[in-house]
Structure formats: C-alpha cells, structure tokens
Design a protein around this ligand. Structure first.
Ligand SMILES: Cc1ncc(COP(=O)(O)O)c(C=O)c1O
Length: 355
C-alpha cells in the first residue's frame, strides 16, 4: 500500500473493524461546527456551487490574512500538489517523503531527482531526520523546482526557517519553484513555523494546506495553495475541472477554520498526548529507534522483526499500522504509527506488549 488509511482491504471488505493507526487524522473527529452546517449544505446541494467560490476565498483570505486572489482551491491538498508538480520539467524530492510527490512526477513525465535526508540522535534518545541545506542548494542547480513538506511525512521533522529562507532567495533569483506542503502544519503547535506569510515576498513559493488532517475530514477533500505568482496560478487553474469543490467542502471551509472550540481541544489533546506517546514507545524493546515528531504520527525503526511481519502481527490483533518499508530512503524495518486519543493509544500499548 502506498498510503495509510486502507481500512477496507483487510477490514470492512472482510467484515472486520480495524483500529486504524495508519492514517494521520485528528482523533477528535469531525468538528461540531461542520455538523451544524450540514443543513445548509443539504439545502444547497440542488445547486451548482459558485464556480468562482467567492465565499470560500473570502473565508480563506480572512483566516490566512492573505489576499483572496492568491488562492488556488483543490480537491484535497493532493490536487494542488499534483498540478503544481505538472508545471515543472524536473523536480527534487526528499527521501523519505509523501509518495504522491514522485507518483505525480512520474504521471506528468517530470524528471525526478532525490536527496536523502540525514539522520541524527537527539539528547533525549529519539532520532531525527533533517535536511542538509547546503547540499540541497547544490542539488537544486540541476532542477526546475523542489517540493518539501513542513512537517515531513513520514517522520514529522520541520523545516529550518532560516535555512529555507536562503533557499528561497536563491530560487527567486534562479527562477526555480519551491513547493511547500503544509498539510500537517497545525499539528506542529509552532506559531511561526508556516511559510505562508512569505508568499508575498517570494513569487517562487507555493504553500499548500488542507482541512483533511487537522479537521479530521479526509472524506471532504479540500485543500488549497497560496502563491503570489499569477503565472503559476493561471497554469494550475487552467488544468482544473470546473466545480472541483463540492457543496459540503464549501460549508466545511466556512465553518471549521473559525471553530475555536475544536482548535483549543486539539491543542490540549496534542499537548497532553504527543510527548507521553513517544516516551512510552521508547520503553518497548521492539523499537530500535523512535523519531522525534512535530506531527501527529511517529516513525519507528523495528528491532528484530521486519515491517511486513510487524504489520501482519498487528493486523491479526485488529490493528492497522503503516508499513513504511516502501518509502524511498527507509528500510524494511520502518513503520509509522498515528497518535490517537488516550483510549486507543492504550489499546495499542497493550497490544504491543503481546508481540
Ligand atoms: C504530506 C501529505 N500531504 C498531502 C496529503 C494529502 O492530503 P489531502 O488528503 O488533503 O489530499 C497527505 C496525505 O496523506 C500527506 O501525507
């Protein structure tokens, strides 16, 4: 499986409910504010959505404090990722990173170069993947653009803003594009980590975000891109289908971005759960390495059992985890676990004891 979240193949289609630790979705589930907007969505379903999506743009603009015109609207972050990659002739992709980057590049015939992320051990015993920015700058000379995730999937490391600024300065002068995937940015809890504010300064920059992960709505399929390059916006929007955002997604944007209650509960959950989750994983000898994360998922390297064997063992016990052996740059001992609510996390820890 290229993606997590496949609760169907081994689960629903076989009449089995799995506890899903493979997909990185906010365990608080669908925000109340969205549920409250469903009547309005149902009422509007009989009409085509506004083809210019003016209310969606207005809401995004208010939320991001960025001019409405700079937004691209997508059927999930995946659509904007895919179409932005289609505008390049060649691209630099980190290893490991989200599989769709190279799948899109392949699909559009974009020449792909990879750069391996470096690894270090932290003082608290966790490990981190990180980018060697000098090497990245050199590698950039041979390509049209680069895509980076902030934070990265599957490890949860964040970009160093000082270093990425230098990369942007270089790319702005050299006419190269920098695509930053911030699908998981909310989970970092770092106020100044997003690069969105820099889009006005760097026209080479496209930042992509989504409702999917933080607002627990992968089924709604809504993401957006922000760039001050009109040329890039035009190039992407020409390739889009009309009405690519459905009526439910329209109502979702208008409601959840301003749902303070959901936001504060999510922050509370992350603050109370992430660090203890990592600490607990480190107590199990089955894990050789546990990676420090700014996301809602943890990359681990197994000890004495392959990812495939571990995956199968978990499945037999009713748990779906992400076998990470198919990420370029990782080994067949890597897996990724999502961080869930306390109840499900405890079930996972109990299950791990039996392996
Ligand atoms: C890093 C990253 N970006 C984007 C996406 C896709 O987001 P969406 O479901 O909004 O298309 C994913 C999904 O797993 C992801 O891991």
């Amino acid at each position: 499986m290229v993606h997590g979240g496949d609760i169907y193949t081994e689960g629903k289609l076989k009449g089995q409910e799995l506890i899903d630790f493979s997909s990185n979705i906010n365990p608080l589930g669908v925000p109340e504010s969205f549920k409250n907007s469903l009547d309005e969505a149902l009422k509007n379903v009989v009409n085509y959505p506004d083809i210019k999506y003016r209310m969606v743009r207005e809401a995004l603009s208010r939320y991001e404090s960025i001019n409405e015109e700079l937004f691209l609207l997508g059927n999930g972050a995946a659509e904007i990722i895919d179409l932005s990659i289609s505008t390049l002739k060649s691209i630099l992709i980190p290893a490991p990173s989200f599989a769709e980057y190279h799948l899109s590049a392949e699909k559009w015939g974009v020449e792909t170069q990879y750069f391996q992320m470096e690894q270090k051990k932290n003082e608290d015993g966790t490990y981190s993947l990180y980018i060697d920015y000098e090497k990245l700058n050199k590698d950039l000379e041979g390509v049209d653009g680069v895509i980076l995730a902030n934070p990265n999937n599957p490890d949860g490391s964040v970009l160093n803003k000082e270093c990425i600024r230098k990369i942007l300065e270089y790319c702005e002068k050299a006419g190269k594009k920098v695509i930053i995937d911030e699908a998981f940015i909310h989970f970092t809890l770092l106020k100044d980590q997003s690069l969105v504010k820099w889009v006005n300064e760097f026209s080479c920059l496209l930042v992509i975000k989504a409702l999917t992960k933080y607002y627990g709505m992968p089924g709604i399929r809504f993401g957006y891109g922000i760039t001050s390059s009109k040329e890039l916006r035009d190039e992407i929007s020409k390739k889009q289908n009309p009405w690519n955002i459905n009526t439910f997604a329209v109502e979702a944007v208008k409601s959840v971005l301003f749902d303070e209650d959901y936001n504060s509960k999510s922050i509370e959950w992350l603050e109370n759960t992430r660090a203890p989750f990592i600490k607990r994983l480190m107590e199990y000898s089955i894990f050789n390495k546990v990676y420090r994360t700014y996301g809602n998922y943890v990359l681990c390297e197994l000890n004495g059992i392959t990812s495939k064997e571990f995956y199968d063992t978990c499945l037999k016990r009713g748990f779906l985890i992400r076998n990470a052996d198919n990420y370029r740059g990782l080994s067949n001992y890597h897996i990724r676990l999502a961080i869930k609510d306390e109840d499900r996390n405890n079930k996972l820890f109990e299950m791990l004891k039996s392996i």
